[in-house]
Ligand binder design. Structure first.
Ligand code: UDP
Ligand code: MG
Length: 309
């Protein structure tokens, strides 16, 4: 049972100048609401003074990673720790405005399981907005959910939604799609987006490339997560059967007509089909086994947990 009304989860990577300002902004908004809450900062292996700054904050829970594991893992660690009925996530670079939190709380009462922020007027560079636009249009078409801004860090979840996501890699970019494929209902709300004040965005060309691969993974996972056999098994069986037919035909020629089949290209093809088919089938089977064993696996590593009351 959740013991608080609200958990705020903030992933932080090298934001030494922002965290104390953000913490104060969050408290200023939450205190007058008369709800019980907690603020959880997950320091994703920052190399600047972020962790020292975080330790000064109270009330706050701080989770510190042993190294940089990425935003998805940071969010997951925060979700594991969170104890609220609802969980709000926001970025720590002060671009998301905590004054939107009460509207998020109101909006999620409307029956959705997850409300995703939408940076309608986005305070980022043109190339950044362009890349994001393309990614979102592609994601909308491929995943069939009508959200403008999947990757917005500002969201509110019913606790069980956040707790059932299993984020890794760069999956945080597609949370609405993952949640909807799990059967949760997803809504969106336009939010105020502020320009970055300190530090630099960690977004770069590398992240753009990686996120394209994540997108392919996502599409693949949507179809085959729980059933790799449906892909590898089908593919493998078809090849295997073709191989058996080819080899059967050659054997028939050899046995009944005494044909010399040793040098026939068809023999090579038949053998390859049988081998590749069998291997693909086994791959599907191993996939099934891995899924069964690795469901709850966590890939990050927590170095320290601090509970400032
Ligand atoms: N972040 C993180 N781990 C990382 C990179 C980023 O926890 O490896 C955090 C970062 O501190 C910020 C949020 O994720 O709170 C979004 O990062 P950023 O502003 O760089 O991304 P953008 O808003 O440009 O997509
Ligand atoms: Mg940002």
């Amino acid at each position: 049972m959740a013991s608080k009304d609200l958990s705020i989860v903030v992933p932080v990577y090298n934001e030494e100048n922002s965290v104390s300002i953000l913490h104060k902004e969050i408290l200023d908004i939450l205190n007058p609401l008369n709800r019980s809450y907690e603020v959880i900062f997950v320091d994703d292996g920052s190399t600047d003074r972020t962790l020292e700054e975080l330790k000064k904050l109270s009330p706050a829970k701080i989770i510190s990673f042993s190294r940089n594991f990425g935003k998805s893992q940071a969010l997951q660690a925060g979700f594991d720790e969170a104890d609220g009925n609802h969980i709000v996530t926001l970025d720590s670079d002060l671009q998301d405005d905590p004054r939107e939190i009460p509207r998020f709380i109101e909006k999620i009462q409307s029956g959705h399981d997850l409300i995703c922020g939408w940076k309608q007027k986005r305070a980022d560079s043109f190339s950044r907005r362009f890349a994001s636009k393309i990614a979102n249009v592609a994601a909308r078409h491929m995943t069939g959910i009508k959200i403008h801004d999947m990757n917005c860090g500002f969201k509110i979840y019913k606790s069980q939604v956040a707790k059932s996501l299993h984020l890794y890699g760069d999956m945080h970019r597609y949370i609405p799609s993952v949640a909807s494929s799990m059967g949760f209902s997803v809504g969106e709300m336009a939010v105020n987006h502020r320009p970055r004040q300190f530090g630099a965005s960690k977004y770069g060309f590398g992240r753009f490339i990686n996120s394209s691969f994540d997108f392919i993974t996502l599409i693949f996972l949507r179809r085959f997560t729980d059933r790799p056999m449906h892909l590898f098994g089908l593919f493998g069986s078809v090849l295997f059967m073709l191989g058996v037919l080819v080899l059967g035909y050659l054997s028939w020629e050899k046995i009944f007509y005494g044909a010399a089949i040793g040098g026939r290209p068809l023999l090579l093809l038949g053998a390859l089909l049988v081998i590749v088919g069998f291997q693909s089938f086994s791959l599907g089977f191993i996939g099934e086994l891995t899924i069964r064993q690795n469901r709850e696996g966590r890939q990050f590593n927590i170095k320290e947990k601090i509970n400032n009351i």
